[in-house]
Design a protein around this ligand. Structure first.
Ligand code: ATP
Ligand code: MG
Length: 571
């Protein structure tokens, strides 16, 4: 029979002070509320309250996967090296891959993800197009020996992931499976109480996207995003936004003295033009070892990831290199560059003819430098390297983009035949030919999702659990643990359980202040506070943790009152 839990018997050691090891609010709160403990760097133990929430998140995931026909299973966390040699990733995967040997000197790794294992699983036994599509998934611990494990569950080394792998006969089939997963992922975020944006991580050549990341909006997020009211959202590293460029003034080429103006901000202030109207020059050495200068609008940054696509493994020139190539730090421009330096510019600058640029001479700039007259950018030297930012035009609808930060909670990918070809995983198609599977893979960070929920739902007092993933839905807080008040608490708790609610009773002999503080800290959605005076009058005080509102509810009605509020909010 279902019953309520007792706080005295719940292993949830709370902390009064903020733990020094934690930076993020969510990390501090999970530690303080006695929900997680660090075992070693990047290795966390989930205590009973956190585990209850994690199981709820997993339930949501399982329901959404079942709804689209994905089948749950489990593969070993340890993976033999041969499979990784087959896919070619044994060499490619960096030191995040935790490699090890068994007593017979056979090599293994701890699975950071399981494309290899699942592809191997089907490659000899899923034979006919008639059996397709198949989507398999698991919820399992993953291990990545992250360089900097941090922020608690956000970037652990061992963490819980749900990972799914789909096998289709055709590209169209794979795309349909991918869309189903993408939609399910949106519902999972929503049902867990997360405000998340689907961000295009990678655009397919044929149009549409081939990978989307769901980003939980939070200032503490590691990812920088731009998004638009029209539904467009992208990582600033992936977005090609319409950067509107301020055109400079026209006129004769003029060299002006700009003393001590080696930064864009200085020049812009000194000459009296907005930063957008100046041009920033980045001196680099390309992956091929060639010196080059790249121009971007003064108010934009060059993005390393995008630049790597263009220049390979480039680096920004050191001061010594700048000098060696005859450049003048802070005053680099396209007019009169030393011989042998390649010139590139972000494609957005095509809109602008008149540039304000460094004069390649200490303390001087050129105003009215005209493209085509004073300097040239070759047709094939226009590149896409600028980081999109707030205020740039949305590439879809043209409206100004908003900026935000996000936590990547999940990602879906169209893999195509990358793994099936590398690993020889084929099936017999309708036309009698052997073909590689069209695959997709889909991952959710279950433990990261838990912390992302806390990051989005907390206040000064503690965690504010959304009902859907709260460890308990109701906490009964009797201010006496004997006599009438205690009797009332037992009655309310029993009837709330009867009404199908998940209830914990704070039966500890603590002062009211301690109980209130812990109740707020642990953050269960509703608190039922029972004091002597109220109980005498047949009343309980019910506090809504999220809004702080308090309601006087007759003791006999508390259970149905709570059920009316809570049941509709369940995921
Ligand atoms: P990140 O860019 O944050 O390192 P990723 O893109 O490498 O993540 P994926 O391979 O897409 O991660 O894994 C799927 C999901 O697993 C991620 O969306 C994230 O929620 C979760 N995840 C990945 N790495 C970690 C980690 N170190 N700790 C906790 N969760 C993680
Ligand atoms: Mg990812």
């Amino acid at each position: 029979m279902k019953t309520f839990a007792k706080m005295s018997a719940t292993y949830a050691p709370t902390l009064k002070e903020d733990p020094a090891e934690a930076e993020l609010a969510s990390h501090k709160l999970l530690l303080r509320a006695g929900m997680i403990r660090k075992t070693a760097a990047g290795l966390y133990s989930y205590l009973p309250l956190a585990w209850r929430s994690l199981l709820k998140i997993e339930t949501v995931i399982r329901e959404e996967m079942e709804a689209i026909g994905a089948q749950e299973m489990l593969v070993p966390m340890v993976t033999p090296a041969e499979l990784w040699h087959d896919s070619g990733r044994w060499e490619k995967y960096g030191p995040e891959l935790m490699r090890m040997e068994d007593r017979h000197n056979r090599e293994f790794c701890l699975g950071p993800t399981h494309e290899e294992t699942f592809t191997d699983l089907v490659r000899n036994e899923l034979r006919s197009y008639k059996q397709l599509p198949v989507t398999l998934y698991q919820i399992q611990d993953k291990f990545r020996d992250e360089m900097r494990p941090r922020f608690g569950l956000m970037r652990g080394r061992e963490f819980i992931m749900k990972d799914a792998y789909s096998f289709d006969a055709t590209v169209e089939g794979m795309q349909k499976t991918y869309e189903d997963q993408k939609d399910a992922y949106a519902r999972i975020c929503e049902r867990c109480g997360l405000r998340a944006l689907p961000v295009v991580a990678d655009s397919g050549q044929i149009g549409g996207d081939t990978s989307v990341e769901y980003m939980a909006i939070a200032d503490a997020g590691e990812a920088e995003l731009v998004w638009c009211d029209c539904g467009f959202a992208a990582d600033t590293e992936a977005a090609t936004a319409g950067v509107s460029v301020a055109e400079g003034e026209s006129g004769e080429l003029q060299k002006v003295l700009t003393p001590d103006c080696a930064s864009i901000a200085d020049v812009s202030r000194f000459i009296g033009v907005p930063e957008a109207g100046t041009r920033k020059a980045l001196a680099i050495v390309t992956g091929e070892g060639k010196p080059a200068v790249v121009f971007v609008p003064g108010n934009h940054e060059m993005n390393d990831v995008k630049a790597e696509h263009v220049f390979g493994e480039f680096h920004l020139m050191t001061d010594e290199e700048i000098e060696y190539y005859g450049l003048v730090k802070g005053f680099i421009g396209p007019v009169g560059l030393p011989e042998g330096i390649e010139v590139y510019a972000d494609a957005c600058l095509r809109q602008s003819e008149w540039w304000l640029v460094g004069a390649n001479e200490a303390d001087y700039h050129f105003v009215h430098a005209k493209r085509g007259r004073d300097f040239c950018i070759d047709d094939n030297s226009w590149v896409d390297v600028v980081t999109a930012q707030e205020g740039d035009a949305c590439p879809r609808c043209g409206k100004p983009l908003h900026g935000a930060r996000g936590i990547e909670v999940s990602q879906v990918f169209q893999l195509g035949t990358k793994y099936s070809e590398a690993m020889g995983a084929t099936f017999m198609d309708e036309d009698g030919k052997e073909k590689p599977f069209q695959m997709g893979c889909y991952g959710i960070g279950v433990s990261r999702t838990l912390q992302a929920v806390v990051e989005q739902h907390h206040d000064e007092g503690g965690i504010v659990w959304p009902v859907c993933v709260a460890p308990y839905e109701v906490e009964v807080v009797p201010l006496d643990v004997k006599g009438e008040v205690w009797e009332a608490a037992l009655g309310v708790a029993a009837s709330a359980v009867e009404a199908g609610l998940e209830v914990v009773v704070d039966d500890r002999k603590e002062r009211p202040g301690v109980k209130f503080a812990d109740a707020d800290l642990m953050g269960f959605p509703y608190q039922v506070i029972l004091g002597r005076r109220g109980v005498k009058n047949g009343l309980a005080e019910v506090k809504d943790r999220a809004t702080g509102e308090r309601f006087d509810v007759p003791l006999a009605d508390v259970a149905s009152w709570l059920a009316n509020k809570i049941v509709p909010l369940r995921a």
